[in-house]
Design a protein around this ligand. Structure first.
Ligand SMILES: Nc1nc2c([nH]c(=O)n2[C@H]2C[C@H](O)[C@@H](COP(=O)(O)OP(=O)(O)OP(=O)(O)O)O2)c(=O)[nH]1
Length: 135
């Protein structure tokens, strides 16, 4: 019998939307993920809330401040935990996100979302991300 328990690893992702586009970033490591696209984010650290982790990761990875909001889609299973995505807006709407840890960042329109070479995990989120851009 399986027993529900809290995931060992909680990774938060940010679905940052500006007007009609979503920010995606391209990984440069590890080798098997290099060149593939993901959402900004990372592990929630001890003592911080999920929203705080979203804000911290976006500062570290993109040099921007975001305002996290509602959940997007369902949790997606990772090998050792889950990926949980929150919608987010730029605190400064004219700020320019910079790829401080990634190969590049890109603002993606709704019709381009499905074509992007997402990490396997993130592909499951594409319908929810499309819906977010429709709102
Ligand atoms: N940030 C992020 N991680 C994702 C996504 N999809 C996905 O499978 N992951 C996985 C990759 C990693 O196994 C894990 C967290 O990756 P990470 O590299 O961003 O986390 P981190 O900053 O806390 O860790 P690290 O780079 O210091 O190793 O979640 C996504 O959209 N965004």
């Amino acid at each position: 019998m399986s027993v529900a328990r809290s995931p060992r690893l909680l990774v938060v992702g940010a679905a940052i939307v500006r007007r009609t586009r979503l920010l995606a970033q391209q990984r440069r490591y590890p080798a098997e993920a290099a060149g593939r696209w993901e959402l900004p984010g990372g592990r929630v650290e001890a003592g911080e809330t999920e929203h705080e982790a979203v804000v911290r990761e976006c500062r570290e990875e993109l040099g921007i401040t975001v305002l996290p909001a509602q959940r997007v889609g369902a949790d997606v299973a990772l090998p050792e935990g889950v990926l949980r995505v929150y919608a987010a807006a730029l605190a400064d709407p004219v700020a320019t996100p910079r790829p401080l840890e990634h190969r590049q960042v890109r603002w993606v329109g709704r019709s381009e979302l499905a074509e992007l070479d997402w990490l396997e995990t993130d592909r499951a989120l594409v319908p929810a991300l499309e819906a977010l851009l429709r709102e």
